[in-house]
Write a protein that binds this ligand. Structure first.
Ligand code: DQA
Length: 145
């Protein structure tokens, strides 16, 4: 099976961006680890980070055409703004888990609402990059069912 990991805007800055909030690991540290885990279970893991909303939307459309089985997405700031990315995921009909490094509920009120949580299989936040590993474990289990 194929799992797609999508990272929204500014996550390319991980490791140097407010490390006390987001941690010291880089995005490639995280993506490499997820790829290894998926491969160890006999699955493919693809990933994309983009600062552009339309690139994430286009990637979701392609994912449907490619037959991607599961999406793990940290929409970053688009979490709180993007009806368009929400609609893309709904249109693709691919099950997904929403991940946030930080505990968005313990932060500014504008981070408390997500355009994704009500349509996600599950939501993980506040556990740093470990949240992606937990999401992948859940995705692997769901793929096997
Ligand atoms: C984030 C939380 C968002 O509110 C923020 O805009 C981000 C990262 C997180 O992973 O904690 O860019 O999605």
């Amino acid at each position: 099976s194929t799992i797609l990991v999508l990272h929204g805007p500014n996550l390319n800055m991980l490791g140097t961006r407010e490390p006390e909030v987001y941690g010291y690991e880089t995005l490639s540290d995280i993506d490499d680890r997820l790829k290894d885990t998926a491969a160890a279970h006999g699955h493919h893991l693809l990933h994309l980070q983009s600062n552009a909303e339309y690139e994430l939307i286009d990637r979701v459309h392609e994912a449907r055409a490619e037959g991607v089985d599961f999406i793990i997405i940290n929409p970053a700031a688009f979490t709180h703004t993007s009806v368009a990315l929400r609609d893309a995921i709904l249109a693709a009909g691919i099950p997904f888990i929403e991940v946030h490094l930080s505990n968005v509920h313990a932060r500014e009120p504008f981070r408390h609402h997500s355009y994704f949580s009500d349509i996600a299989e599950g939501v993980i936040c506040g556990l740093g990059s470990h949240g992606y590993d937990l999401a992948l474990q859940a995705a692997l289990q769901r793929i096997h069912r």
